[in-house]
Design a protein around this ligand. Structure first.
Ligand SMILES: O=C(O)CCC(=O)C(=O)O
Ligand SMILES: [Fe+2]
Length: 432
C-alpha cells in the first residue's frame, strides 16, 4: 500500500520545543480563525525580529528530509509554509484535507510538530484521521506527524477545552513557484538594516563585531578605540575581548528592538462584536490567563504579560507602540521598554530561561529560582536585609532580564548574518 502517514515521537528536543514556544508567546498574532494565534517566519522578519527565525532553521530542514525520505522524493520538495500555531479554548477544526481549497492545491505534504503535551499543557485537541491507522494522534511535546496533504488523509482536531495547544505547522510542495525560502530571503535582504546599501561606518563596525571578516569589511582600529573609550561606562553584555568596540545605542536598538505590527493584529475581539472600538483597559484589569473568555476583548500581548504578573497602563491605539514601563503586580519597574512587544519578548525570554515548565526546571531546580517565587519574596515576605538583596538581584530588570535577552538576540543575529550570504547565493535556507 502507498505510504501516507508517519508518526515520529521524540523527533524534537524538549529544549527546542520550549524555545519555539517562547518565540510564539512573545511574537504571535491573532490567527486566521477564532481562538487561534500564529507566528510565521515572514511575520518575524517584518517585525524586526528576524533573528528569531534561527531556532526554526535546522528543524525545518530535518523535517523536510524526513518527509522526502518517507515519501521517496529526496531533493524534490520545497517548504511552502512554516508557522507556529496555537489553539486556545474553543478552537477546533472539522474533517478536511490540507489541500482542500484552490489556493492550497500546491500543498503536497504536511508536518505537524507538537510543541507541548495533551492533558499537561491543554485539554481536548486530539487529532483524528477519518480512516486508517493511527485513528487518533495524542499531541506530545517533540512528536512530529507527517502525512500527504490530499484526500487520503482526511483529518480533524477536537475542540481545545482548556489551556493553549502549540504546534509548528509545515507544508511542503513540489512546485518551486511556492518556495517559501525565496520569498523569505528577499524579505530578509530588505529588512536587515545593516545589510542595506546605505549602511554607515558605525554599522560597518557592528558588522565586524558580529561577523568578523566574513563580510570583508576592513577593521578600523582608531575609530574602534574612540568608540570603546566613549562607551566605557556601557556594558553591552559581551566580554571586553569579544566586543572591544561598542556600537552606538541606536544601531544596537536597530538590531534588537522589535517593531510591532499594527495593533489590530494583536487585538482579540468578541466574535459577536462587529465594530466596537477596543476598550481602554487599565493595568488593574485582571488577565489571569490567556484562555479567552468570549465576553472579553483583549490585546494578546497585554494578556500574556499579565499572565506572568506584569501589567501596563495604556491606551490601546497609541501607547502600546511607544516607550512604556511595566508594573509587577502593584510595584512600578523603572526600566523603560521601547514598546510593548519589546517588553513581552524580554519577559517571555526570562520566563523561558527561568521557567517552571518541564525539562529545564527539572534539571536546574536548585540553580534557577522561579521568577514568581522570587518576586513574591521581594514584595511580600522576608526580613528587610534579604529583601534588599533580592531586590538587587531581581528588580534590576535591565541586568537580569533585558541584557540576557539582548545577548541571546545578538548571538542569533550573528548566526543569521553569517548564513545570509549563502542563503542568498543558493536561494535556499539551510544550516549545512
Ligand atoms: O494541529 C493539528 O494537529 C492539525 C491542524 C490541522 O489540521 C491544520 O491546520 O490543517
Ligand atoms: Fe489539517
Amino acid at each position: 500500500m502507498e505510504r501516507k502517514r508517519l508518526l515520529l515521537p521524540g523527533f524534537i528536543s524538549p529544549e527546542l520545543c520550549e524555545e519555539l514556544v517562547f518565540v510564539h508567546k512573545s511574537c504571535g498574532v491573532v490567527g486566521y480563525r477564532p481562538h487561534v494565534f500564529s507566528t510565521t517566519l515572514s511575520h518575524l522578519v517584518a517585525t524586526n525580529s528576524a533573528a528569531l527565525i534561527m531556532p526554526f532553521i535546522a528543524l525545518r530542514e530535518r523535517v523536510k528530509e524526513a518527509v522526502e525520505e518517507f515519501f521517496d522524493c529526496e531533493f524534490e520538495l520545497f517548504v511552502e509554509f512554516t508557522g507556529l500555531i496555537s489553539w486556545t479554548t474553543g478552537a477546533n477544526i472539522g474533517w478536511h484535507s490540507d489541500d482542500n481549497r484552490d489556493y492550497l492545491r500546491q500543498r503536497h505534504f504536511s508536518a505537524v510538530c507538537y510543541l507541548n503535551t495533551y492533558e499537561q499543557d491543554f485539554h481536548g485537541g486530539l487529532f483524528h484521521f477519518q480512516d486508517g491507522q493511527p485513528a487518533t494522534v495524542v499531541p506530545a511535546l517533540g512528536t512530529v506527524l507527517i502525512y500527504s496533504a490530499d484526500a487520503t488523509n482526511i483529518h480533524s482536531v477536537d475542540e481545545v477545552v482548556d489551556g493553549e495547544r502549540v504546534t509548528m505547522a509545515l507544508w511542503f510542495t513540489r512546485d518551486q513557484a511556492h518556495d517559501e525560502d525565496k520569498k523569505l530571503i528577499d524579505q530578509l535582504m530588505n529588512a536587515m538594516p545593516l545589510l542595506r546599501k546605505e549602511k554607515d561606518d558605525s554599522s560597518d563596525s557592528l558588522m565586524n563585531d558580529l561577523c568578523g571578516e566574513n563580510y570583508g569589511i576592513a577593521p578600523q582600529p582608531s575609530q574602534e578605540k574612540e568608540e570603546s573609550e566613549g562607551n566605557a561606562d556601557k556594558d553591552f553584555t559581551m566580554t571586553p575581548k569579544q566586543f572591544q568596540s561598542a556600537p552606538g545605542d541606536a544601531i544596537l536598538r536597530d538590531y534588537f528592538v522589535p517593531a510591532p505590527a499594527s495593533t489590530n493584529m494583536y487585538w482579540v475581539t468578541k466574535s459577536e462584536t462587529v465594530s466596537s472600538a477596543p476598550r481602554n483597559v487599565g493595568c488593574e484589569t485582571a488577565y489571569e490567563t490567556i484562555t479567552p473568555n468570549s465576553n472579553q476583548e483583549y490585546d494578546v500581548r497585554v494578556k500574556r504579560l499579565a499572565t506572568l504578573g506584569f501589567h501596563c497602563d495604556y491606551e490601546p491605539d497609541s501607547m502600546l507602540e511607544k516607550p512604556l514601563k511595566l508594573k509587577y503586580h502593584h510595584q512600578c519597574i523603572a526600566y523603560e521598554f521601547a514598546n510593548i512587544l519589546h517588553a513581552l519578548q524580554v519577559v517571555q525570554f526570562h520566563e523561558w530561561r527561568t521557567c517552571n515548565s518541564s525539562s529545564m526546571c527539572n534539571k536546574n531546580q536548585h540553580e534557577v529560582k522561579n521568577q514568581h517565587e522570587v518576586m513574591d519574596m521581594v514584595f511580600d515576605h522576608g526580613p528587610l536585609k534579604n529583601q534588599h538583596e533580592v531586590m538587587d538581584m531581581v528588580l534590576d530588570i535591565e541586568r537580569t532580564m533585558v541584557k540576557p535577552w539582548e545577548e541571546y538576540m545578538r548571538a542569533l543575529s550573528k548566526d543569521l548574518l553569517q548564513m545570509l550570504p549563502a542563503w542568498q547565493n543558493t536561494g535556499s535556507i539551510f544550516t549545512r
